[in-house]
Design a protein around this ligand. Structure first.
Ligand code: 9WN
Length: 451
């Protein structure tokens, strides 16, 4: 029988229409040097968005995909961090909050090596960039070599990982910690509620939210949550964004963040081999991270990875999609793969209204089908789970997820996310990573080397 991976390139009219629609979104959201996640809600360059966008852009233009990643790297700090937002100087300050005048990266970030330009935030997002860079390289290795793409990006991505595994190893257990709910990329997840309760919110008159000009209040985080986000970010800024000087009041080890770090270490190993080195240190780091993830964050009773709150030392008693993303790790013990697969198909995550995977436990006490990361199903996490299912040869489920993704991406006009109960599209439309990952899933990659 022909493997699903050997499926011929799609020719059906529906696929071609979807491909054109997705390409249109990426063309419309291109600024000349990078892609905005959404023209309305997110008018700058975001870190993990750009990685997912590059993964899709490589099917349209390898050069543009390289440029997407390299324009993000132009905002990298000397301490290695890749900031979660690189600001477009042409966009007015009131278009997004917090704007450059809040972060003051060039001034406040100087002790940590922030560039004088471009202006950036001081936080980070999940390290999916090396995986993206490897996939961009693999799309056209000849073009990549001619342009010296890996020679330029490998050292920068290695410095990024070094930052995470040294300055951000706040628990001393060899995993990277996040210091703000914006960092794991799943801002408003119930996983952060308890840790956030310890944070004194900034007063409402200290800031003005721009997200509510475009997003519905029922979908977005509350004002109280925003007050806490602002307080944490302002404290970090006051300490010069220096992880050694900041008394972080929010420190969490997140499974998705660390699983992506491990997979990206494998990508660095593959890049190093392509550049004529052994890559052994990166490969060893990836195995080591996988082991630590299992030791520190696997909950055998629940059959899912959990976040760990470093302030209390306890695992966070919530089931989130973040705990399923480690399925992407090739070195995962087989019994854990089986358990994760079972959890994915259980009432906690099998949704009535979507074939995508809900961001939070459908039976959980804080489940909300509309509100940001408290239940809705996102397309980037579905892509990660799809990759995990393929990694472990669970091809039938991978294919079901792929088909659901493509149907819902098209039907929703490339929505930011979907209500998992009703299937209704929510958030921004013409959302870049939804379009980019659509292009990726429409393209068969039978020979794509796995890092
Ligand atoms: C804060 C851009 C980003 C995504 C995040 C998503 C949302 C920002 C916000 O939008 O976060 O970084 O203002 O809510 O949660 O994953 O990268 O698309």
């Amino acid at each position: 029988m022909k493997s699903l991976l050997d499926r011929p390139a799609p020719t059906a009219a529906a696929d071609l229409t979807l491909r054109r629609g997705a390409a249109r979104v990426l063309i419309d959201n291109w600024t000349g040097t990078s892609t905005v996640p959404s023209r309305t809600l997110y008018p700058h360059q975001w870190s993990w968005d750009s990685a997912f966008i590059a993964i899709g852009l490589r099917h349209l233009s390898v050069r543009r995909a390289q440029q997407e990643l390299e324009s993000l790297l132009a905002g990298q700090w000397a301490d290695g961090r890749i900031p979660h937002i690189v600001f477009n100087p042409a966009v007015p300050y009131d278009a997004y909050f917090p704007s450059p005048d809040f972060w003051q990266s060039a001034h406040a970030g100087r002790p940590s090596g922030a560039p004088s330009a471009p202006q950036t935030s001081g936080l980070v997002q999940p390290p999916v960039h090396a995986l993206a860079a490897w996939l961009v390289h693999a799309a056209d290795p000849g073009e990549s070599r001619r342009r010296g793409f890996l020679d330029r990006v490998h050292p920068r991505l290695a410095a990024w990982h070094d930052y995470l595994l040294t300055r951000r190893d706040l628990g001393g257990a060899g995993l990277a910690a996040v210091v703000h709910p914006w960092e794991p990329g799943m801002d408003n997840s119930p996983c952060w509620d308890r840790a956030l309760e310890r944070v004194e919110p900034a007063a409402p008159e200290e800031f003005h939210r721009a997200d509510l000009d475009h997003g519905h209040p029922a979908d977005r985080p509350t004002d109280l949550d925003y007050g806490r986000y602002v307080r944490l970010a302002a404290d970090y800024r006051e300490a010069g964004y220096d992880d050694r000087a900041t008394r972080h009041r929010f420190t969490v080890e997140d499974p998705c963040f660390n699983a992506l770090l491990a997979v990206s270490e494998l990508a660095l190993a593959a890049m190093a081999r392509e550049l004529g080195r052994t890559g052994a240190a990166h490969a060893e780091r990836a195995r080591d991270l996988s082991r630590r993830l299992v030791d520190r964050l696997w909950d055998d009773t629940a059959g899912i990875f959990r976040a760990r709150d470093l302030a209390t030392g306890a695992m966070v008693d919530e089931r989130s999609i973040s705990g399923l993303v480690p399925l992407i790790l090739p070195h995962l013990p087989q019994d854990i793969v089986r358990r994760l697969h079972a959890t994915l198909g259980s009432p906690h995550f099998k949704a009535p209204g979507t074939r995508l995977v809900p961001s939070y436990d459908l039976t959980g006490h804080a489940f909300d089908p509309q509100r940001y990361w408290r239940g809705p199903a996102w397309f980037n996490t579905a892509w990660l789970i799809h990759r995990g299912l393929r990694t472990h040869h669970l091809h039938a489920d991978a294919e079901r997820l792929r088909e659901g993704f493509l149907t819902e991406a098209g039907r929703s006009r490339f929505a930011e996310y979907v209500d998992p109960v009703s299937g209704t599209a929510r958030g921004a439309r013409q959302f870049s990573w939804t379009a980019a990952l659509t292009l990726d899933l429409l393209s068969t990659q039978p020979k794509e080397p796995t890092p």
